[in-house]
Write a protein that binds this ligand. Structure first.
Ligand code: ZN
Length: 204
């Protein structure tokens, strides 16, 4: 590799940090970026650079946004009294593929994981409780954390926190999802069935 100019070596090194990209793929991508004449390199570089400055988190649901409220929270056709709780912004992207969901979301920013030192304070849990507290309307909260050990643990924790809210109906998406399968990777039909088959969920 040392026969390559430093600039290319640096690019390969940075690309191989991306998930799912090994050194071989990184090299291939780097040479593609180098040789392809039609490629808008400045546009690509600017798009990456803009990630730092152009994005904020939605004040209501904590999803990625371009202004105070994300495009879903500010959509008047979306039911504000229907809140689907997910782990990460990519889960919102996946659930939106199901197309029929017309509520809003709440992005926790991860799952409870004592081993990794992630407790309730590291997630947007208080913010969810505040949303439930902030309305007198009856609301449905759909817990759509992944069917993993941490995802189930987080779902149960939320159920315990929400059990005394008389205005909250709590549901959990159905598990047509493969065991250990992430919502993020589920196809449109699976997502639609998981959402439609949701059941009432209670703390034990
Ligand atoms: Zn939002």
């Amino acid at each position: 590799m040392s026969v390559l100019p430093k600039s290319i070596r640096k690019l390969i090194e940075e690309l191989s940090r991306l998930p799912g990209i090994g050194p071989k793929t990184a090299s291939r991508l780097a040479f593609f970026l180098l040789k392809n004449k039609d490629l808008d390199r400045e546009g690509l570089a600017a798009a990456i650079d803009n990630l730092k400055t152009g994005l904020v988190f939605c004040e209501q649901c904590h999803n990625l946004a371009e202004s105070v409220l994300c495009s879903i929270c500010s959509d008047r056709n979306r039911k504000q009294n229907l809140i689907c709780v997910v782990e990460e912004p990519l889960d919102v992207v996946a659930l939106e593929q199901g197309r029929r969901y017309n509520g809003t979301y709440h992005v926790l920013g991860g799952v409870l994981s004592p081993i990794d030192g992630i407790g309730p304070k590291n997630l947007k849990i208080q913010e969810l409780l505040a949303r439930a507290r902030g309305t007198n309307d009856d609301i449905e909260i759909i817990i759509a954390t992944n069917p993993s050990l941490e995802g189930e643990g987080t779902a149960m924790y939320l159920a315990r926190q929400l059990k005394d809210f008389v205005n909250v109906k709590l549901t959990r998406i159905a598990h047509g999802l493969p065991i250990g399968g992430d919502i993020e990777y589920a196809d449109e039909l699976t997502i639609m069935k998981a959402m439609e088959g949701r059941r009432e969920y209670k703390a034990n």
